[in-house]
Design a protein around this ligand. Structure first.
Ligand code: RIB
Length: 292
């Protein structure tokens, strides 16, 4: 069983489904509302736990009711929450999600997620240094991401950075990651002129939604196609992909197989509502990988 640590956000998702998004100044009726656990970090932790990894979460929530909900959920999923701080002075992070016209749009209120600092990384260091792979995203402060990536890389630990939401990554941080998993939009921000330094190519695993995932093989971009499914909610698909990819890499799979495993997990994740709602267990992922 591989040991996965996730450093990142733990939030509650407030989700509205509607025929279309309201325009500025317009009021519309939604068709459905639900509250569920999310946050890119917690989603990745839950995805890895469902795939059979031993998972540790590093992050922060408030002492409010949402904070308890998030912690209860992580524990119920088998994620170790020793390093998820409860902070009095801030509210638990929330994401305000609209599902409309076949896609989601998300406004994140970071709350306690922005209270995660290098001190939290140091506090979790004895655990982190034993991890087979560490996953990070961009929903905690950039200086914390930077500190964690550089310290982990210096200790020889593989880091998979999911640069979502889109934000610049300093060259030395890019260099310290084992893999970076941008989507097409995040790629634009990272390499606006389309000029990807050769040293970066074998770190990039570029997710392209239902088209699949691109990675570099000896200087050529190779596409691993997505699995064909009927999507009902794409929220959390990227998180599921990153987590499953990282688990497979930590298990020693080569990139092509790890991407296929990630694609299968992500495909299954979009067949149900909520970021974590349809995240699959390993048996379902393996069945899809073998049967196509
Ligand atoms: O990646 C999906 C996640 O992004 C949601 O669960 C929401 O919390 C937002 O942060």
């Amino acid at each position: 069983m591989v040991r996965v640590a996730v450093i990142g956000s733990c939030s509650v998702d407030l989700v509205v489904e509607a025929e279309r998004r309201p325009q500025a100044g317009e009021t519309l009726f939604g068709t459905r509302f639900f509250t569920t656990c999310g946050g890119k970090g917690a989603n990745q932790a839950v995805a890895a736990a469902r795939l059979g990894a031993t998972v540790y979460m590093v992050g922060a929530v408030g002492t409010d009711w949402y904070g308890k909900t998030v912690l209860d959920n992580l524990r119920a999923e088998g994620v170790d929450t020793t390093y998820v701080a409860r902070r009095d002075e801030v509210a638990t992070g929330t994401a305000h999600i609209t599902l409309a016209e076949g896609d989601n749009s998300i406004l994140v209120v970071p709350g306690a997620n922005f209270s995660v600092t290098p001190v939290d990384i140091d506090a979790a260091w004895e655990m982190l240094r034993e991890a087979d792979v560490v996953l990070l995203q961009h929903e905690i402060p950039p200086e914390t991401v930077r500190y964690a990536v550089l310290r982990l890389a210096a200790a020889g630990i593989d880091v998979v950075l999911n640069p979502a939401p889109a934000a610049d990554i300093a060259p030395e941080v890019q260099q310290a990651c084992r893999y970076i998993t941008p989507n097409e939009h995040e790629m634009q921000l990272l390499f606006a002129d389309g000029d990807i330094p050769p040293r970066m190519r074998d770190k990039l695993v570029i997710t392209r939604g239902s088209a699949g995932v691109d990675y570099d093989v000896d200087g050529t971009w190779v596409r691993v196609p997505a699995f064909s499914v009927t999507a009902v909610d794409t929220t959390g698909a990227g998180d599921t992909f990153c987590s499953a990819f990282a688990v497979a890499i930590a298990e020693g799979e080569p990139p092509a197989q790890a991407i296929r495993f990630g694609n299968a997990a992500a495909a299954l994740a979009v067949t149900g509502f909520g970021a974590q709602g349809a995240m699959p267990r390993r048996s379902a992922v393996e069945a899809l990988v073998c049967n196509e």
